[in-house]
Ligand binder design. Structure first.
Ligand code: CP3
Length: 358
């Protein structure tokens, strides 16, 4: 769907701290955004969402734009994360999926056999509602504030498809992977074009950076990750490379996988809160060379009060600085080590951003 040339309609950011951190220029302040900054931690979000299902809200341009912008206005973060969900491209392709409150994405028909895989719809068209929402967002952001788009990585999407919903142990997914590797790889190959197309919809609409969420990759051994997942995530990053926007790669509980995941080819590696940033940087650098790090405050620290929070933020910044000084990292974007927890106080998020910037 995308022409071979890179669109020149991209807006120009002016020393946006996030883009400076990625390009190796010293940013004017430590850039910060929080995964799940849009959503349940904000009363103004809960008000807007009254009576509208999560997935329906992702297809309403004015609404998704407003929800995306709420945390930027309130917290002074350096980026907006597009309000969407990892199952939005599946829904756009025609897959019957709902997000059940308190549970997560649930599929009407789980994917269990080769025939199911072959019948899985592929997203091969525009998602005009998302593109229109992005246009509204870009009108309001200033030239220091980046808009980050995203997609779920094929493994994490496959887990929802195969299990039929959120899973504690991902046993059916692993059973397919090991018991029927041909079907597994066919499923991953069928998801790649949907992910790439959904990212290109967002890129054509003007996002400034992208993140691939492989949230559940941490359930895999490095050996299985490399055999069953890495080739497909690598394919996605390599197909996005020509657009020349920063690419971020993130998963939860991925301490043992950071080296393997870094080989998929992103400029930025998200680090979950369980691994100190300097340790993470050494693992990444040894596997595939230094990258920009993103992370990695424990989301629970937003409940701990200003003194404890300041101490943790200082520790994380010091670890990032040490990694950069040692040549193991190229820069640092501050973030949580996973998403904002639903019960977090909005004021505590604003306070964290203030401390990070100071
Ligand atoms: O602020 C942001 O980060 C932007 C929005 C965003 C959402 N989902 C909105 C959302 C993003 C980036 C996602 C990605 C996403 N969705 C991931 C990857 C990130 C991660 O957390 O690891 C995953 C695994 C999903 C699947 C999913 N969607 C889950 C597990 C849930 C939670 C279900 C629940 O109610 O506990 C959702 C629903 C969802 N996605 C909500 C939001 C704001 C909550 C729904 C609501 O507010 O009613």
């Amino acid at each position: 769907m995308c022409p071979e040339t890179i669109p020149s309609t991209r807006r120009t950011l002016n020393n946006a701290p996030i883009l400076d951190a990625v390009s190796g220029t010293t940013p004017t302040r430590t850039p910060v955004w929080f995964m799940r900054q849009a959503g349940r931690s904000l009363p103004e979000y809960l008000k807007l969402r009254e009576g509208i299902s999560m997935l329906d809200s992702c297809f309403q341009p004015e609404l998704l734009a407003e929800i995306t912008l709420q945390p930027v206005r309130r917290h002074d973060v350096d980026a907006a994360i597009l309000f969407s969900d990892i199952v939005v491209p599946l829904r756009a392709a025609g897959v019957e999926v709902e997000i059940v409150p308190g549970r997560g994405p649930v599929l009407a028909h789980p994917i269990r056999t080769r025939a199911d895989v072959d019948a899985l719809p592929i997203l091969d068209h525009d998602v005009p509602e998302v593109a229109a929402g992005i246009a509204i967002i870009l009108e309001e952001l200033n030239d220091q504030q980046a808009l980050i788009g995203f997609a779920g990585a094929p493994f994490t999407l496959a887990s929802y498809l195969v299990e039929g919903g959120p899973s504690k142990n991902h046993e059916r997914t692993k059973a397919m992977m090991h018991g029927d590797p041909a079907t597994w790889h066919a499923l991953m190959e069928r998801l790649v074009p949907t992910v790439v197309n959904f990212l290109e919809v967002q890129i054509d609409a003007g996002i400034d950076a992208m993140q691939l969420f492989d949230s559940w990759a941490g359930f895999l051994t490095a050996r299985d990750y490399e055999r069953y997942v890495l080739p497909h995530s690598t394919e996605i990053f390599s197909r996005i490379e020509r657009h020349r926007i920063p690419r971020i790669h993130f998963g939860v509980g991925t301490g043992e996988l950071l080296g393997s995941m870094s080989r998929a080819g992103s400029e930025v590696m998200g680090v979950d809160w369980r691994v100190p940033l300097d340790t993470a940087a050494r693992r990444i650098s040894a596997a595939s060379g230094p990258r920009v790090l993103q992370g990695n405050l424990d989301p629970a620290m937003l409940f701990a009060g200003t003194a404890a929070l300041s101490e943790e933020i200082a520790r994380i910044k010091a670890e990032a600085d040490a990694a950069i000084a040692a040549g193991d990292a190229r820069g640092h974007i501050f973030n949580l080590g996973h998403g904002v927890l639903p019960n977090t106080n909005a004021e505590d998020i604003t306070e964290a951003v203030r401390i990070i910037h100071s």
